[in-house]
Ligand binder design. Structure first.
Ligand code: NAG
Ligand code: NAG
Ligand code: NAG
Ligand code: NAG
Ligand code: NAG
Ligand code: NAG
Ligand code: NAG
Ligand code: NAG
Ligand code: NAG
Ligand code: NAG
Ligand code: NAG
Ligand code: NAG
Ligand code: CU
Length: 578
């Protein structure tokens, strides 16, 4: 009897999968998947330089997490290193599971040496590629890996089923210890030393000295479709990416399907992910093409202008003949380092799929409007010292609405939940700039910022519109802003100062792209909308790690709703303390 019922269930899934989501979703309640993350040191050699790095299970980059929409993940993180650790599951909605979000001192105290913590959350309504990374200081430079979320069983992709799926995670490598790099910068007030290489799946590739053996190779068969699951895990650099002689079809960003479009080049900011289809050609066996990534640069800071390369190689069954070996490796064309025009055109192409199965639920009415300036500023250099900021009397800082966020020593979520936030944070984060000026015009004489641990408090289910405006205080710059706990819709963007009279009329409320990280354009603004349907404390910050370190971050406190299923449950008993 049981067998028969199982048979019927499978039959109905197969019969109805193409027609009705509901029947299939009812049939799949998800399973629990267990992972163990042992945080330990590992010696790793790149560019002929060996260093001891913090890793998960000794792997660099870290292990893949593979799950289906609807599954529960139980990830036990055990800290065997001297550093404090916390892990963030970047882009996961964490519906009523904010205790598992991960940013240190925001949703949890760090996992200290010898301690462990089980991250416990369910993947709801998301499928695509996300990623996990350390969320404390600069440890994410080596602690990161992809999260692959497959659709529920029998639910097809809204694009041709790929022959193979390949995670491709871009990273950034320093020969030096990255904790020393950021600590030195915070001491001197100057910019941190730039990286020595970019990497694809941890490999810098043949364009660096002493690195040819550490090259990512993608072996493909002709005439097939590959799904590349691309993540930008670099610390401080937006990246252009292209494969010589091949066109890519973008089908998803930040684990949300988009209207597919073709492009030879993609642009991806730190924190963003994108699934792209690569259709291979009927090339001869052994044909090889370079794939390359290098930065999109804005702002006045120093940067790593190097290029990571990997190789796309068509399978050969026998050993390659000497003639094919000698064929030149073709290089892709990448935009100029400061090609903002390309970036604008690309981001304008991103649209939600917005069909019956995957609607774009854009908030049509707005309860609360917010206007945040984002950008760099300065702190005065301590007396009797010489600093290395924009002048020798200043140190670099960064702020939202002129408030540079001061990290608390207790976790905000715990103090909020236990009504013990007095002396930990204040609820007076400014909803608009206190001094208005021409944000992208002549900078003000006084570039100093204020500081504080300030949050915005909003009731459950508030419909929020937030405009983020870049500033020219220390020169305009693109800032990839990441919001925890939500996806948002990017309803508008433009250059210069946001105009609250004329610009909203041009907002796209039909099929705007839905994502968790958006680039505030260099010298421009971006408008986003989201529904605050997830109680908790949610970090929002620039995903350029150096800007976060300088204070370009804040938090939203979303209150519980009235109903039991609108409240944050109590903390797990193993939540780390501080
Ligand atoms: C890394 O290399 C150093 C120096 O050779 C050695 O002392 C240390 O034990 C190694 N660490 C690990 C985790 O292998
Ligand atoms: C994970 O969270 C769920 C929902 O809160 C709970 O029922 C379950 O017991 C938790 N599992 C573990 C291992 O903590
Ligand atoms: C940063 O670069 C400078 C100049 O090359 C060097 O002296 C310094 O040691 C570097 N800092 C770190 C932490 O590697
Ligand atoms: C690759 O593209 C270049 C430039 O468009 C073209 O000249 C060349 O013939 C192409 N090669 C192959 C093998 O497709
Ligand atoms: C990268 O920067 C170095 C040092 O500033 C410079 O010499 C080199 O020409 C630059 N390379 C590119 C491709 O811009
Ligand atoms: C961007 O689009 C505009 C208008 O379609 C076009 O004129 C411009 O050449 C494009 N720029 C790039 C870099 O593709
Ligand atoms: C600064 O230097 C002066 C002269 O060297 C000294 O008198 C003063 O105490 C110093 N101030 C601080 C705050 O260190
Ligand atoms: C600081 O900068 C000023 C102006 O550029 C210069 O005159 C002064 O010598 C510098 N001081 C130090 C200690 O480098
Ligand atoms: C802001 O400054 C820019 C650059 O100087 C100028 O082009 C623009 O007209 C100014 N905007 C306003 C609103 O004053
Ligand atoms: C800024 O400084 C310049 C030069 O010192 C001065 O002319 C100008 O009046 C100042 N502007 C403001 C708003 O204080
Ligand atoms: C915050 O600003 C105050 C007053 O300017 C200053 O004394 C303090 O050092 C600043 N704190 C941080 C963490 O920057
Ligand atoms: C680790 O975190 C605890 C709790 O916040 C703190 O007291 C301690 O100083 C931190 N240790 C290190 C090495 O940062
Ligand atoms: Cu930034």
């Amino acid at each position: 009897m049981a067998t028969l019922r199982l048979f019927v269930a499978i039959f109905s899934i197969a019969a109805f999968s193409g027609f009705s989501n509901n029947i299939v979703e009812a049939a799949y309640n998800g399973i629990t998947r267990h992972y163990k993350f042992d945080i330990k040191m590992q010696n790793v050699t790149r560019l002929c330089h060996t260093k001891s790095i913090v890793t998960v299970n000794g792997e660099f980059p870290g292990p893949r997490i593979v799950a289906r929409e609807g599954d529960r993940l139980l990830i036990k993180v055990v800290n065997h290193v001297q550093n404090n650790i916390s892990i963030h599951w970047h882009g996961i909605r964490q519906l009523r599971s904010g205790w598992a979000d991960g940013p240190a001192y925001i949703t949890q105290c760090p996992i200290q040496t010898g301690q462990s913590y089980v991250y416990n959350f369910t993947i709801v309504g998301q499928r695509g590629t996300l990623w996990w990374h350390a969320h404390i200081s600069w440890l994410r430079s080596t602690l990161y890996g992809p999260i692959i979320i497959l659709p529920k069983p029998e639910i097809p992709y809204p694009f041709p089923h790929p022959y193979k799926e390949v995670p491709m995670v871009f990273g950034e490598w320093w020969n030096a210890d990255t904790e020393a790099v950021i600590n030195q910068a915070l001491q001197t007030g100057g910019g941190p030393n730039v990286s020595d290489a970019y990497t694809i799946n941890g490999l810098p590739g043949p364009l660096y000295n002493c690195s040819a053996k550490d090259t990512f190779k993608l072996k493909v068969k002709p005439g097939k479709t590959y799904l590349l699951r691309i993540v930008n895990a670099a610390l401080n650099d937006e990246l252009f990416f292209s494969i010589a002689n091949h066109t890519l079809t973008v089908v998803d960003v930040d684990a949300v399907y988009v209207k597919p479009f073709e492009t030879d080049i993609i642009i991806i900011t730190p924190g963003q992910t994108s699934n792209v289809l690569l259709k291979t050609k009927p090339y001869y066996p052994g044909a090889r093409f370079l794939m390359m990534a290098r930065p999109y640069v804005t702002g006045n800071g120093t940067f790593d202008n190097s290029t990571v390369a990997g190789i796309l190689e068509y399978h050969h069954h026998t050993t390659p003949s000497t003639s094919t070996k000698k064929l030149p490796l073709l290089k892709p064309n990448l935009p100029a380092l400061r090609d903002t025009s390309f970036v604008t055109n690309y981001t304008n192409k991103l649209r939600s799929l917005n069909n019956a199965k995957f609607p774009a639920n854009v908030p049509k009415n707005v309860d609360r409007h917010f206007f945040f300036t984002v950008g760099l500023g300065t702190n005065p250099c301590p007396r009797n010292q010489t600093c290395q900021g924009p002048t020798n009397k200043t140190m670099f800082s960064a702020a939202i609405n002129n408030v540079s966020f001061v990290m608390p020593t207790k976790a905000l979520l715990q103090t909020h939940f236990l009504h013990q936030s007095n002396g930990v944070y204040t609820t007076n984060f400014p909803t608009s700039p206190q001094n208005q000026f021409n944000y992208t015009g002549t900078p003000p004489n006084n570039t100093n910022v204020m500081n504080g641990t300030k949050v915005v408090v909003i009731p459950y289910n508030t419909s929020v519109e937030l405009v983020m405006q870049d500033t020219s205080i220390l020169g305009t710059e693109s800032h990839p802003l990441h919001l925890h706990g939500f996806n948002f819709f990017v309803v508008g963007q433009g250059f210069g100062n946001f105009n609250p009279i004329n610009d909203p009329a041009k907002f796209n409320l039909v099929d705007p792209v839905e994502r968790n990280t958006v680039g505030v354009p260099d010298g421009g603004w971006v408008a986003i909308r989201f529904l605050a349907d997830n109680p908790g404390v949610w970090f929002m910050h620039c995903h350029l790690e150096v800007h976060t370190s300088w204070g370009l971050k804040m938090a939203w406190v979303v209150l519980d709703g009235q109903l039991p299923n609108q409240k944050l449950p109590p903390a797990p008993t193993d939540l780390p303390k501080c």
